[in-house]
Design a binder for this molecule. Structure first.
Ligand code: DHB
Ligand code: FE
Length: 284
């Protein structure tokens, strides 16, 4: 059987897994928020909604349709998907104002901690019949002064050749196309994987229904997700895209940046080779 014959994830399935993974990751978080911040920020959000209603003369029928949709997003567990596609990129933009070094991008809903640790050169765990063009991804982790960073780790995860993530789609083994790659003493790494496909927001749930209703294309360009970290340095959360890739200029999540585009070159052996160097800033 090839990977193309396997089942597609459903919005409800991906949503439930993303909700569970978010809850697990934030179980010990939940820092108290200053009431003045709650007042200021929630008030501003509500004022934005009120302004849209006035500007567009929203009707009762439209208000009820919106209420129905919001209930469905909650019931389908789709809040992590919706918020990471439509909101997170602005939170990242604000956070990035104080970040030097490699540009960041959104985390998204599909990160899973605790993956297999692999010394470089590494091959990401994959199925014997994994589809997609083999990709060798190499580079070096340096500090803002250009010095190699020892002890760097690249926590990497990606979709497969069909745009599906392990842990969030049926029939993909746990940990597939995920790993924590330890760079060498000079911060260099080499990771063999496959080129991912673009990601489509599941079309069978409320987020997909909204995209269809608004005439929005529900696609993200193909990407690799990375957390890059090293002792004494600020971790970066980022994504790398592919030069010339479909949806690169029309990412529904608004999370691409020109500095984050790989330019893979075909090799004589049929594999693609792409290089990218990461720059980490010291912890404040
Ligand atoms: C979503 C999915 C992704 O793969 C990603 O990188 C960002 C957002 C989402 O469906 O919310
Ligand atoms: Fe993604």
């Amino acid at each position: 059987m090839t990977t193309t014959e396997k089942h597609s994830p459903t919005a409800a399935g991906s949503g439930a897994s993303a909700t569970e993974s978010f809850r697990r990751a934030s179980a010990e978080g939940g820092a108290a928020v200053d009431p003045q911040r709650v007042d200021a920020v929630v008030r501003a959000v509500l004022e934005g909604v009120h302004a849209a209603i006035r500007t567009h003369e929203v009707t009762y029928a439209e208000f009820q349709a919106a209420k129905k949709w919001l209930i469905e997003v909650g019931e389908g567990g789709e809040w992590p998907l919706f918020l990471d596609v439509f909101v997170e990129h602005v939170v990242e933009e604000v956070a990035a104002e104080t970040q030097q070094g490699t540009k960041g991008s959104i985390l998204g809903p599909y990160y899973l901690p605790g993956q297999r640790r692999l010394p470089s050169p590494a091959t990401l765990p994959q199925r014997p019949d994994e589809g997609g063009t083999p990709l060798v991804f190499t580079g070096q982790v340096r500090d803002v002064d250009g010095n190699p960073v020892a002890g760097a780790e690249l926590d990497i995860w990606q979709a497969d050749e069909q745009g599906y993530y392990s842990g969030f789609a049926p029939d993909i083994p746990d940990g597939n196309l995920r790993g924590v790659v330890a760079a060498d003493d000079t911060g260099r790494f080499e990771i063999t994987t496959v080129r991912p496909a673009p990601y489509q927001i599941p079309t069978d749930g409320p987020t997909g229904a909204l995209c269809a209703a608004a005439g929005w294309e529900p696609w993200r360009p193909a990407h690799l997700h990375l957390l890059v970290r090293a002792p004494g340095h600020r971790q970066i959360t980022t994504q790398l895209y592919f030069q010339g890739g479909e949806w690169l200029d029309a990412d529904i999540a608004g999370a691409t940046k020109p500095e984050l585009v790989l330019d893979p070159q075909p090799q004589a052996d049929g594999r693609l080779r792409a290089e990218y160097d990461f720059v980490l800033e010291p912890v404040a």
